[in-house]
Write a protein that binds this ligand. Sequence first.
Ligand SMILES: C[S@@+](CC[C@H](N)C(=O)[O-])C[C@H]1O[C@@H](n2cnc3c(N)ncnc32)[C@H](O)[C@@H]1O
Length: 277
Amino acid sequence: MLKNLVKNLSSIVPLSQAVLEAELLVEFISGYKKKDFILHPDLTLNKEQQDKLDSLLEKRLDERLPVQYIIGEACFMGEMFDVNPHVLIPRPETELLVEEVIKSAKNMSSPKILDIGTGSGAIAIMLKKLTDCSVVGSDISLPALETAKANAKKLGADVEFVCSNLFEEISGKFDIIVSNPPYIPQREKENLSAEVLREPSGALFTEDADGIEFYDKIISQAMSFLEDGGCLFFELGINQSMPVKSLFENRGFSDIKIVKDLSKTDRIISAKCSYNT
Ligand SMILES: C[S@@+](CC[C@H](N)C(=O)[O-])C[C@H]1O[C@@H](n2cnc3c(N)ncnc32)[C@H](O)[C@@H]1O
């Protein structure tokens, strides 16, 4: 049964991914894990479970709905987050962003952190869980915020959520502002997989040609919301480190740091706000 499922799934994804997706779908339907099939080779799904699996497989193959939306969960930094088509599926690259923010937060005493474009709440919630900080997560999308609130409750993280177009409804000052903003230019739509296109377009795309409009808008207002010595952290898209670095320099930020991901792509940028420079 697993073999058949893997074969079907491998018509749309590489074999290694097909294996993982098959295991996730079967576990979702039946609670059986891979080890159960190894220990009990005769194990099969009952008729009801098999029918459900067939209908989910159809959604995956015909509608190209990402497996995380089908099972309603995605793993981020070892925790399971509820996800649905209102929120971006949190990515492994974004774990690096959280790790970098944590390094900085650990040198501060109970920092106040703002996560702009919180989506599922992945960044805000993990920062709250892993550091001694207070966190505000904001998003322009109300359904995304509902998902983030549910995740915070499920994972026991006390995060404040605010519906806001960038800084419009934000008040007060923060020691750290972090954002994984939309950064894909519209013209790149045709190069994206059918699965990515099932994610909310407001989480993915920018209106400008280079995908840097959100960085520009956030950097240009951030000084008013950062404490003296506070830091701004972003996840970056491909080829965006140099333009974003220039935006930081033009606004008088210092200590600009770029971190590469495992594939040696510039992925995270951070910079410091000093009032007297
Ligand atoms: C790339 S997703 C990041 C989601 C989540 N932080 C993560 O890393 O998985 C960008 C998020 O920004 C939100 N967003 C888009 N435009 C916004 C705006 N003008 N103000 C606030 N949030 C916005 C989207 O709704 C989406 O949740």
